[in-house]
Design a protein around this ligand. Structure first.
Ligand code: IMP
Ligand code: MG
Length: 186
């Protein structure tokens, strides 16, 4: 592999920065404060669906100043055409019994809304004290199921985005900002 050529292609596909590190941190500080202000004496469980939300979770959790735990899930949803079969397969489940917590699902981006819709229904059936969805990004124009996050930090049009945990073919998750991906060219 030619190192220079690989790097040149890698960098060229970062079309333009949509949200800087500073803009993201400012929005996270506010979201963290709102979650902290909602504390009622019961613990909060931040639930992240791997892998895209790992960076957002790391920063949001550090902006929270009240007792909270972290949990991870891996989930896959199955569809017949555009209709959910209702079968969300959990390939890795939470350790915690959610009935003891105020659950906050921390997501990177809501696109069609399918995966999160199924995960929310599944977790609600386990009777958490309450359940909220906080998403870093929202693309409402792409929705295939009627799903709305409780908190959305940034709303974007139908662009494919990378960085700050979001990938394209597993690359770019480590960019410290959110950028539009350039799909054209070699
Ligand atoms: P959906 O809402 O069930 O369609 O799934 C949303 C998931 O698709 C997210 O958690 C991301 O992993 C992925 N995704 C959707 N849009 C983008 C994007 O613009 N960039 C990177 N990943 C995306
Ligand atoms: Mg994801």
């Amino acid at each position: 592999m030619d190192k220079e050529k690989q790097l040149e292609t890698f960098q060229r596909r970062i079309k333009r920065v949509l949200f800087t590190q500073e803009e993201i941190q400012e929005a996270i500080r506010k979201a963290g404060k709102d979650i902290s202000d909602s504390y009622d004496g019961n613990p909060i469980l931040l639930v992240s669906i791997l892998k895209g939300a790992y960076v957002f979770l790391a920063d949001l959790s550090r902006a929270i100043t009240v007792p909270c735990e972290i949990g991870f899930m891996c989930a896959k949803s199955y569809y017949s055409g555009t209709v959910s079969t209702g079968a969300v397969k959990i390939t890795m489940d939470l350790d915690q019994d959610v009935s003891q917590y105020h659950v906050v699902i921390v997501e990177d981006i809501i696109d069609t809304g399918r995966t999160l819709n199924d995960v929310v229904n599944l977790l609600k059936a386990r009777n958490p004290l309450s359940l909220k969805v906080v998403t870093l990004l929202d693309k409402p124009s792409r929705r295939k199921v009627d799903f709305k996050a409780d908190v959305s930090l940034f709303t974007i049009p139908d662009h494919f985005v990378i960085g700050y945990g979001l990938d394209c073919g597993e690359y770019y998750r480590n960019l410290p900002y959110i950028a539009e991906y350039d799909e054209g060219g070699e």
